[in-house]
Design a protein around this ligand. Structure first.
Ligand SMILES: [Zn+2]
Length: 347
């Protein structure tokens, strides 16, 4: 027998012994021991690789190829054995595991939208149907946008209508209303016509009670263009009220005053609790106030970049919290933001 034949026969023997040993393996631990012994660094097949340096030049390629084939065969056998053992273990587990299919399933907890979010989304959808865009403006605002540009320069008495949270930075505050966004959208769009709503959170420094909170949601309405009239204001807001409260909802406008609109008004809707007869919710008047509105003041238009001689506009602002209180007949405004799951589950 030549050296070459002897070496090849040795390789065949290594392979046959390895496969035979694998045949006897029945456990994962045994399999790992087999892998170390048969394919590990000091295994016979690896020994063949490391002894190749001492072989004759013409013998090396033949032996290298043969040793590689043996290693590949052993590795494939190992993988097959491992898969077979895993499957066997799984089958055994399934056989012994007891599953009671008559047990009731675990209930799935379903979330809901916060009542304020529901009302806000309805309002946004309603204005969306009427062709309005949604514009977002910052909750931390400058004194200029919150007051000065809205026709309330420093020391203007109207500033006292809002108790304001000021920050440590001079002239920076938490917005007391969404109206500051009016200036932002006008400066961004001038001289294009505007038809937007500005929903968002506003903050006022107030004594907490069942009727007042320091944080509340508002929606601002702004329309600017050539020949925008008070009749359009009335028509748009009446249309909105009917879409939101129903076709039979009656509204009325009462004169009012705001520094940033002239003339100004407040809109009431007929009480949807008593139908106008008078009840506790409407304080026996038959009417519920839903928003303040008016024609945009010329000073505000000018601060927004529109020439008041050519352009006009109207604005409206409504609080979401109060109307949500009325709609769901909630007795305490503080329920909205104390995250009590028992309260939120009711909507
Ligand atoms: Zn009523």
């Amino acid at each position: 027998m030549s050296d070459k034949e002897a070496a090849l026969a040795n390789l065949q023997k290594i392979q046959a012994e390895g496969l035979a040993a694998l045949e006897a393996v029945t456990e994962q631990e045994e399999l790992e021991a087999w892998r170390v012994a048969t394919l590990g660094r000091s295994s016979p097949v690896m020994g063949v690789f490391s002894s190749m340096g001492a072989m004759d030049q013409d013998l090396r390629p033949v032996m290298g190829k043969a040793a590689n084939e043996v290693r590949t065969t052993l590795e494939a056998a190992f993988e097959a054995k491992r898969a077979a053992l895993e499957e066997a273990a799984l089958l055994k587990e399934l056989e012994t595991e007891k599953l009671d299919v008559t047990l009731p399933g675990r209930p799935v907890e379903r979330g809901r939208l916060h009542p304020l979010t529901q009302v806000l989304r309805r309002i946004i959808r309603t204005f969306g149907d009427m062709g309005f865009q949604v514009y977002r403006s910052p909750e931390v605002e400058t004194d200029d946008y919150n007051f000065t540009y809205l026709n309330m320069p420093p020391y203007h008495p109207a500033r006292d209508m809002w108790d304001t949270f000021y920050t440590k930075d001079e002239g920076v505050l938490l917005r007391t209303h969404t109206s500051g966004g009016q200036i932002r959208v006008m400066r961004e769009r001038a001289p294009e016509p505007i038809r937007v709503i500005l929903p968002g959170t506003t903050m006022r420094y107030e004594q907490l009670s069942a009727r007042s909170e320091i944080e509340f949601a508002q929606v601002e309405v702004l329309v600017v263009g050539e020949k925008v009239t008070f009749a359009e204001l009335k028509g748009t807001l009446e249309d909105f009220a009917k879409r939101l409260f129903g076709e039979e909802a009656r509204t009325r406008l009462r004169p009012s005053h705001f520094p940033f609109t002239e003339p100004s008004a407040e809109m009431d809707v007929e009480c949807f609790v008593c139908g106008g007869k008078g009840c506790g919710v409407c304080k026996e008047t038959g009417w519920l106030e839903i928003l303040g509105c008016g024609m945009v003041h010329p000073v505000v238009l000018e601060n927004g970049g529109y020439d008041p001689a050519r352009y006009s506009g109207f604005a409206a602002g409504m609080g979401i919290d109060r109307s949500t209180l009325m709609r769901y007949r909630i007795d305490d405004i503080r329920h909205f933001r104390n995250n009590d799951i028992r309260f939120l589950r009711q909507f």
